[in-house]
Design a binder for this molecule. Structure first.
Ligand SMILES: [Zn+2]
Length: 137
C-alpha cells in the first residue's frame, strides 16, 4: 500500500536530505500535517529566504547572509575581516567543520571549504570539489 500522492511526493523529497531515510522522511511529513497552517507558511518562507538571502563567499565558499540588493558584497565576514591572519589557510570539509573551528575562538586565519571529503565522494559530487579554485590561489 502506498501513501496518498501528496504524502508520497514529500516523503521522496525529504528522503534526499543527508542522513534521512524513507522512515524519517515519513515522520517529517506526518509532523508537518499536524502543524497549523501559519507554521507551515513560516517554514516555507524560511526556506525561500534561505536561498534569497544567502550567498556563497567567492574566496572560501562559506555561506553568508547578504541583503538582496548589495551585489558588491562578495566575501563572507571572515574573508572580509581585516584582522584575520591572511597567511593562514585552513582547509575544511564543510561549513559545519568551519563553524566548529570558529567556535573554539582559537583560529584567526582564513578557511577554504572543500565541499565534501574525498572519502565520502561520490561520482556525481566530483565536480563539486573545488580543487581547481584552490590551485588558482
Ligand atoms: Zn569567505
Amino acid at each position: 500500500m502506498d501513501y496518498s500522492f501528496s504524502i508520497q511526493k514529500l516523503i521522496e523529497k525529504f528522503s534526499k536530505f543527508p542522513t534521512v531515510g524513507p522512515k524519517t522522511a515519513a515522520r517529517f511529513v506526518f509532523y508537518l500535517l499536524q502543524l497549523p497552517k501559519e507554521q507551515i507558511e513560516d517554514l516555507l518562507k524560511s526556506i525561500s529566504d534561505l536561498k534569497q538571502n544567502t550567498k556563497e563567499c567567492e574566496m572560501c565558499f562559506n555561506f553568508f547572509e547578504s541583503s538582496a540588493n548589495s551585489d558588491q558584497n562578495k566575501l563572507c565576514n571572515i574573508c572580509s575581516n581585516p584582522s584575520r591572519d591572511k597567511s593562514l589557510l585552513c582547509i575544511v570539509a564543510n561549513e559545519i567543520d568551519l563553524m566548529a573551528l570558529e567556535n573554539t575562538n582559537k583560529y584567526k586565519g582564513l578557511y577554504f571549504i572543500l565541499g565534501g571529503t574525498v572519502s565520502a565522494l561520490k561520482k556525481e559530487n566530483i565536480e563539486k570539489l573545488k580543487i581547481k579554485e584552490l590551485e588558482e590561489e
